[in-house]
Design a protein around this ligand. Structure first.
Ligand code: UDP
Length: 453
């Protein structure tokens, strides 16, 4: 098959943390001559389409069963309806494209939607799941899904092949507290229901970063590491104009943030963000606010609109000489800015990969899901971060602890070592994505396999 006949469908779960990496992967495939159609539910469609003119990606909106602006009553209700409606919409879309000039040959689907493979295979297509989390986290979920892991009790550790020992607070929160989000636990474990029927497993990581666990996984299944999937201009610079993920409506405050950073000294600012979903409790928000103020340095803090009412009253006014609070920022530009000295993060996998790829040390304050495990690796395996400790049974991290960890990352000996390690990971991330690097070779191989199938 010629590359121009290779029509690929890419289908992410509809949140930024899933769309961003799969959109980047789509751009890479499109730049290699493949015909990529990105399937998305309506609200995300327009911005992506407008932003992708350089890497022609065809956008196909499908329904997730909800009207724009309509909210599901619960996560369970959303997931149930989404699966039912989206799998039907997917089948209709594949049939529609088969009648048109874009007959689909292969589907890359988000690993949390294994039903997409069933739907595709019923229509005679092959597919590969895309894992938007680390290899280590995916391996942990695999072991749990197979009933191969005993959950440790407080003070004990869990052992997995090719991984450091993990304490209860290092495990994904859906595992350490199985009753916390049963429907999300089912979602992440469900990824291993039919994955053996897939052509290969695409994982957003790179070999050197998770060498041992990648090797272990690779000895079991056809794994391809293809990350980090951050825009090319921050990494290998091969895709001209690939500077952002393309979700532009969320990229508010671009000029305000960059102008503010331009006026600060090198390495003098703590950038603080907890991603697109995590929500801190009011007490924790207050401790964080006062912790930032106590650290006496500059801070750029992303507080999403709905979270803003949790800030202490007059905090923004009282700290205006030191801090800038925005509702969303161009995170890659911010992390790449020379004024940023460290990143206080919830350790979402995209944020973690972005900080590693841009050489930024971290203060890690994981909230839920895979963030706990990412935080463990950031602090203890990759040596690029310091993890805050909660000091009471409610799990609140106090202002003094936040202040101390920021100082350690920004001023201490450990901070210097973290910076050296971060610079090394930055080089290795670039190497993996550059022509001939491990992820680049895997993507080439993946494309060849599709063309030959
Ligand atoms: N992000 C951004 N601006 C912000 C906060 C986050 O562009 O102000 C982006 C960030 O660069 C990352 C994504 O949103 O690509 C968040 O993904 P992550 O996996 O880190 O966390 P999640 O939002 O899924 O918890």
């Amino acid at each position: 098959m010629e590359r121009s006949d290779a029509y690929i469908l890419v289908f992410p779960y509809p949140t930024p943390g899933h769309i961003n990496p799969m959109l980047q992967f789509s751009k890479r495939l499109a730049s290699m001559g493949l015909r990529v159609t990105l399937v998305t539910t309506q609200p995300n469609t327009k911005p992506i389409e407008e932003a992708q003119s350089n890497y022609p990606i065809h956008i196909e909106p499908i329904s997730d069963g909800f009207q724009p602006g309509e909210k599901a009553q619960s996560v369970e209700a959303y997931l149930e309806k989404f699966q039912k409606v989206a799998s039907q919409s997917l089948a209709q879309l594949v049939e529609k494209l088969a009648r048109s000039k874009r007959p689909i040959k292969f589907i890359v689907y988000d690993s949390v939607m294994p039903w997409a493979l069933d739907t595709a295979q019923e229509l005679g297509l092959d597919g590969a799941p895309f894992y938007t989390q680390s290899c280590a986290v995916s391996a942990i979920y695999y072991h749990v899904s197979q009933g191969m892991m005993k959950i440790p009790i407080e003070g004990k550790t869990a052992s997995f092949p090719s991984m450091p020992l993990l304490g209860i607070n290092d495990l994904p929160s859906f595992i350490s507290d199985m009753d916390s989000y049963p429907s999300l636990l089912r979602l992440v474990l469900g990824r291993f229901s039919n994955f053996r029927k897939a052509k290969c497993l695409l994982i957003n990581t790179f070999d050197m970063l998770e060498a041992e666990v990648v090797k272990w996984m690779g000895s079991q299944w056809p794994v391809k590491t293809i990350g980090p999937t951050i825009p090319s201009m921050y990494l290998d610079k091969r895709l001209e104009d690939d500077k952002d993920y393309g979700l532009s409506p969320l990229n508010l405050n671009v000029d305000a943030c960059i102008t503010w950073l331009d006026a600060r000294d090198i390495g003098s600012v703590v950038y603080v963000s907890f991603g697109s979903l995590a929500s801190l409790g009011e007490e924790q928000m207050e401790e964080l606010a006062w912790g930032l103020k106590r650290s006496k340095g500059y801070f750029l803090w992303v507080v999403r609109e709905l979270e803003e009412q949790k800030l202490p009253s007059n905090f923004i006014e009282n700290t205006a000489d030191k801090g800038l609070v925005v509702s969303w920022c161009p995170q890659l530009d911010v992390l790449a800015h020379k004024a940023v000295g460290c990143f206080m993060t919830h350790c979402g996998w995209n944020s973690t990969l972005e900080a590693l790829s841009l050489g930024v040390p971290m203060v890690v304050m994981p909230q839920w899901t895979d963030q706990m495990t990412n935080a463990k690796f950031v602090a203890d395996v990759w040596g690029v971060g310091v993890r805050v400790k909660a000091s009471d049974e409610k799990g609140i991290v106090k202002r003094e602890e936040i202040e101390e960890c920021i100082r350690e990352a920004m001023e201490g000996e450990r901070g210097k070592e973290m910076k050296r390690n971060a610079e090394r990971w930055k080089e290795l991330a670039k190497e993996a994505a550059t022509e001939g690097g491990s992820s680049d070779k895997n993507i080439e191989e993946f494309v060849k396999e599709i063309l030959c199938s």
